[in-house]
Design a protein around this ligand. Structure first.
Ligand code: CIZ
Length: 334
C-alpha cells in the first residue's frame, strides 16, 4: 500500500484503514489535538460522529461557538452552507467539510442572481434569508435568520414587506405569526416536506399519549397537528418542559440521538417513515479522520462575498436583544 504523505496521522497499511469505529474515533481525537482543531457536528449527523464532536447543535450556534475558540482548524460535520458560515465567521481558521458532496438541496433552490432579480421585482421588500442559503445568497440579503429566530427577525426588521428565502414552509410559519406581508420563495427541504400528517398520525397510533414536536420546515398541515414547533436547538427544552414522556419528532431522524441524551427519561420516535437527509448522513468517522489528516476539503469564499454575507449575519445579531424564551424566538441557540 502506497504511503499517504499527509504529514499528520499517516495511514501506513490496509489494516489501519480497516480500523473499527472506536479505533477510528481514537485516531480522530489524536489528530485533532495535533492539528489544534475543533470538531462541530450538526444535530442531524450520525450518532458516532456526534460523539467525537467538541460541540453539537444547530448550524449558526456551532459556527459562532467555533469562532470563540483558539482552534486553528474547524471540522464541520454537516453540509456545505454550514461550513461556509463557519468560514464567514472565522476567516483566519482553516474550515474543513469532510464530505465535499454534502450539499443542502434546500440551499441550492435559491441562487444569488434569482434573489437579486426578485429584489428588483419587489422594490422596498426587505430580504431575509434563512441560514440554509449559500454565502452568495446571504451576500445579496439584508438579514440572515435561523429557524429559532425567524419570527423575531421578520418582526424586527424595518418595513412591512419581507421577501423570505428559500424555505416556503418556514416562510409560511413566519407569515402566520407576523403583521407583515411575507413574500415566499418556492423552496423546501425535501426531507421535511415529505413528512405527512398520515405518517405522524400513524406514529401516534403506535404511541398514544405522545406529543408531537415538529420543525418549522415541515408542511403547514403537519405543523397544525403538532404540539410544539421548534428549531433543532429548541426541541430538547420543549421536551423537558412538557409533562409528556413520549414524543413524535417531525424532523430529520438524526435529531433523536441528541434528544435522547438531553432527556434520557423520555422516548423519542420518528413519524412512520423515518425522515432521513442523505447528505447529512454522508459524513463518517473515516471522512473526519481523512479531513484532519489531509486538511482537505477546505471551504473558502471570495473575500468580497464573505464580507457581504457577514453583513447579513451581523445585522441579524444587531436585532438583539432577543427576548429569551419570549415571542418570536424559540429559545434555541443562535
Ligand atoms: O440551522 C440549522 O442548524 C438548521 C438548518 C436547522 C435547525 O433547526 O437547527
Amino acid at each position: 500500500m502506497a504511503h499517504q504523505d499527509t504529514g499528520v496521522g499517516q495511514i501506513d497499511s490496509v489494516e489501519e484503514m480497516l480500523l473499527d469505529d472506536q479505533a477510528v474515533a481514537e485516531q480522530v481525537l489524536k489528530v485533532k489535538e495535533e492539528r489544534n482543531a475543533v470538531i462541530l457536528a450538526h444535530n442531524y449527523q450520525r450518532p458516532e460522529v456526534q460523539d467525537i464532536a467538541d460541540i453539537t447543535g444547530g448550524s449558526l450556534e456551532l459556527s459562532r461557538e467555533a469562532a470563540k475558540t483558539d482552534a486553528d482548524v474547524i471540522v464541520f460535520c454537516g453540509v456545505h452552507f454550514m461550513a461556509e458560515t463557519a468560514h464567514i465567521l472565522s476567516p483566519d481558521k482553516i474550515v474543513l467539510l469532510p464530505e465535499m458532496h454534502a450539499g443542502c438541496p434546500l440551499a441550492d433552490m435559491a441562487e444569488a442572481g434569482q434573489v437579486a432579480r426578485a429584489r428588483e421585482e419587489n422594490p422596498g421588500a426587505v430580504v431575509v434569508s434563512y441560514v440554509n442559503t449559500t454565502a452568495e445568497v446571504k451576500a445579496v440579503s439584508d438579514y440572515c435568520c435561523t429557524s429559532s429566530n425567524a419570527v423575531h427577525v421578520v418582526r424586527a426588521v424595518e418595513g412591512d414587506r419581507v421577501l423570505f428565502v428559500p424555505d416556503r414552509n418556514l416562510g409560511r410559519y413566519v407569515a402566520d405569526r407576523v403583521d407583515k406581508e411575507v413574500i415566499l420563495w418556492d423552496g423546501y427541504c425535501s426531507t421535511h416536506d415529505r413528512i405527512t400528517v398520515e405518517q405522524v398520525e400513524s406514529a401516534l397510533e403506535a404511541h398514544p399519549g405522545a406529543e408531537v414536536i415538529a420543525h418549522p420546515e415541515c408542511r403547514p398541515e403537519v405543523l397544525a397537528v403538532s404540539d410544539h414547533i421548534h428549531s433543532t436547538s429548541g426541541m430538547a427544552d420543549a421536551a423537558l418542559r412538557s409533562n409528556a414522556v413520549e414524543f413524535i419528532v417531525a424532523t430529520e431522524s438524526g435529531m433523536l440521538y441528541p434528544l435522547g441524551k438531553a432527556a434520557p427519561g423520555n422516548s423519542f420516535y420518528s413519524p412512520a417513515e423515518e425522515p432521513l437527509c442523505p447528505t447529512m448522513k454522508l459524513t463518517t468517522l473515516a471522512s473526519v479522520l481523512w479531513a484532519l489528516q489531509t486538511l482537505e476539503p477546505r471551504i473558502t469564499l471570495p473575500e468580497e462575498i464573505r464580507v457581504r454575507a457577514l453583513g447579513a449575519v451581523e445585522r441579524m445579531l444587531a436585532l438583539r436583544p432577543f427576548p429569551p424564551g419570549g415571542e418570536g424566538w424559540d429559545g434555541g441557540g443562535l
